[in-house]
Design a protein around this ligand. Structure first.
Ligand code: NAD
Length: 388
């Protein structure tokens, strides 16, 4: 049970880069980091526009002297202070993640980085090596993975409740960009600009979310090869895709699919993972995060509800309120931020982190690797490629 009592000795002095006024994702970072008293927001560069960023910082009670004009100044000036920052979250558009993350690690800071970590596997592996060399934590905000149903699913699969795993069926297929809304929407405009977003739009923007859920639930299953086809239904988005299908073969003979889309007209998130075993299947949708469907062949469907005693113990330790009360995305993110904080404290104390799993740098690397492989397959004419 989480009730706000401290999990670490001292709140971590923390800053944000990006996530300012009008940003989509800034508030959930702050809300989740601050909720359980694990972090203290003491500095930031909240906006690409320094004047607006400072004004925003002041409005969320950050010392105006610690609202900096750019991330280089933030890292340099904070390093001079005895009470300087210990960690930073990066919530800027994709094209900046690599350089900001690298600079943060070089400044000996722990990092929470938005996905995608960067654009190429080579860059991602470089960041991974740097984080290890510096003994710094890099958490990646695959926020949906913090829902308790995901841990329940992971535990059920590990315990053999589904039998041998045969099929993983995933999708994140929303309809919000069925039309060319980027013309008037800055948050969407950069998402379809290869200079800012890299080689892919929906594969990286949404497909990597259910992919990470599958990595959590099926840690031993590795992709052997894949085939991807991608389309730009809104023509101006080419060469970036607004729809893609990926088929994967795993090394144990299982198969998987991911449908990534922003043009699934009428759909809200449409994010699902269904894992099918030889005895039973489970299915989870992110718009009903408190419920996990459990379907045993030949038996009536069971809906497993968050917070109930019939769940595995590890799926109950992050309960904030009893079953029946809906928990949501903010709680899921808060769970991850708590795990990040505990991992950061362990690293600082030279101890091994023994808490629950979290999306770390290897999750960031894997997301980038998957996108790269998908794009290679699609660009070669939707052919099977060996997973590299
Ligand atoms: P956005 O365009 O809405 O906001 C970006 C913010 O970053 C703005 O406040 C902007 O002023 C600021 N910014 C840009 N460059 C900056 C710089 N160099 N220094 C400081 N601030 C800078 O973008 P968004 O939708 O919030 O997305 C931001 C990141 O979060 C992206 O990488 C995106 O993929 C990711 N994201 C993740 C999730 C998730 O579920 N984990 C959801 C949405 C977005």
């Amino acid at each position: 049970m989480i009730n706000g009592e401290k999990k670490i000795k001292q709140p971590i002095r923390w800053a944000m880069v990006g996530g300012g006024r009008g940003s989509q994702i800034g508030y959930i970072h702050r809300s989740s980091a601050l909720r359980d008293h694990n972090f203290q927001l003491v500095a930031g560069v909240f906006d690409i526009d320094p004047v607006r960023g400072k004004d925003f910082g002041i409005n969320i009670h950050v010392d105006p002297k610690r609202c900096y004009q750019d991330y280089q100044t933030l890292f340099r000036e904070e390093a001079k202070r005895e009470d300087g920052i210990q960690a930073v979250s990066i919530a800027t558009p994709n094209g900046t993640h690599y350089e900001i993350c690298k600079a943060a690690l070089n400044a000996n800071l722990h990092v929470v980085c938005e996905k995608p970590l960067c654009f190429t596997t080579k860059e991602a592996e470089e960041l991974e090596a740097l984080s290890k060399e510096k003994n710094r934590i890099v958490g990646i905000t695959y926020g949906y993975s913090g829902h308790q149903a995901i841990e329940q699913a992971r535990q059920m699969i590990e315990n053999g409740d589904l039998g041998e795993i045969r099929i993983v069926n995933m999708q994140f297929a929303h309809g919000f960009h069925s039309e060319e809304i980027e013309v008037d929407n800055p948050s969407t405009k950069w998402r379809v600009d290869p200079k800012v977003v890299g080689m892919s739009y929906v594969l990286g923007d949404v497909g990597t979310h259910p992919l990470y859920l599958s990595e959590v639930m099926l840690p031993d299953m590795k992709i052997r090869k894949l085939l991807c086809t991608r389309q730009s239904f809104v023509k101006n988005r080419a060469p970036l895709e607004d729809n893609a299908y990926t088929i994967m073969e795993y090394d144990n003979g299982a198969v998987g699919t991911v449908w990534s889309s922003a043009v699934n007209a009428g759909s809200m998130h449409g994010q699902k993972i269904r894992v099918i075993g030889s005895k039973a299947s489970i299915e989870w949708w992110d718009e009903q995060p408190n419920q996990l469907r459990y379907e045993i062949q030949g038996k009536p469907v069971q809906i497993l509800e968050r917070g109930m005693n019939y769940l595995y113990e590890s799926a109950l330790i992050e309960d904030r309120i009893g079953g029946g009360h809906p928990e949501g995305l903010f709680e899921a993110w808060s769970n991850l931020y708590t795990r990040f904080a505990e991992a950061m404290e362990a690293a600082d104390e030279g101890k091994e982190y023994t808490g629950i799993w979290y999306p770390g740098i290897e999750a960031g690397v894997e997301g980038v690797r998957w996108v790269e492989n998908c794009v290679r397959s699609a660009n070669e004419g939707a052919v099977w490629v060996e997973y590299q």
